[in-house]
Design a protein around this ligand. Structure first.
Ligand code: TMP
Length: 212
């Protein structure tokens, strides 16, 4: 896709149990009240092929893949998700809200597993090209709070959750660093407050940045 699409692409990012799914459903309802056509989606996954890759990534023992293989699998899933779901929706003029995107690869495989940022940038070019989110909202909260919430609801998808606390601490720092380096695209929101207040804050940011 070379032309900038008519729709808008918003990504929500953050560590485990940050409340992204709840906020995405609420953001969708808010955008629809403003007469936008909206699809919500997720990574890894968001299309039949990418959901197959998701299963490989989020289930099973931690040592199943090393960081490099994980990065390759996430970017393979991402390309499939973009091609099958995101790009066609943007071309139709829909707004797309995705639960995670490439910042998760930089935070988890880069800051978490220590894969060189330059390698991840190259993979980004191959899989995604010049395309970028219009807006990225990073939901930030203490890792202990997030992991506790995540543990209460996860079924088989425990692979990342089972990584040590230090890994999750690096992921959190990674997201904050990513936001600092890309202030035009990224906004960090404190995710410890009540659900309603967080939704209002997200709506304000979307209005400010994208004029929704
Ligand atoms: P979810 O629990 O938010 O659905 O995400 C599944 C897991 O995949 C989560 O622990 C974060 C991880 N992940 C990565 O490690 N790299 C990525 O690029 C993406 C999109 C997710």
């Amino acid at each position: 896709m070379t032309e900038r699409a008519a729709g808008r692409f918003i990504t929500l990012e953050g560590g485990e149990g940050a409340g992204k799914s709840t906020q995405i459903a609420r953001l969708r309802a808010w955008l629809e009240r403003r007469a936008h056509r909206v699809i919500t989606t997720r990574e890894p996954g968001g299309s039949p092929g990418a959901e197959m890759i998701r299963k490989l990534l989020v289930e099973g023992p931690v040592e199943r893949w090393d960081g490099t293989t994980e990065a390759l699998l996430h970017f393979a899933a991402r390309r499939e998700h973009l091609r099958s779901t995101v790009w066609p929706a943007l071309e139709r003029g829909d707004w797309v809200v995705s639960d995670r995107f490439a910042d998760s690869t930089l935070a988890y495989q880069g800051y978490g597993h220590g894969i060189e940022p330059a390698i991840l940038e190259q993979l980004y070019k191959v899989a995604v090209g010049d395309f970028q989110p219009d807006l990225t909202i990073i939901l930030d909260l203490p890792i202990e709070t997030g992991l506790k919430r995540a543990a209460e609801r996860r079924g088989a998808e425990t692979r990342y959750e089972n990584l040590p606390l230090e890994f999750h601490a690096r992921v959190r720092e990674g997201f904050l660093e990513i936001a600092k380096r890309a202030p035009k695209r990224c906004v960090v929101i404190d995710a410890t407050g009540d659900v309603e207040a967080i939704t209002r804050r997200i709506a304000d940011v979307v209005t400010d940045r994208l004029g929704a």
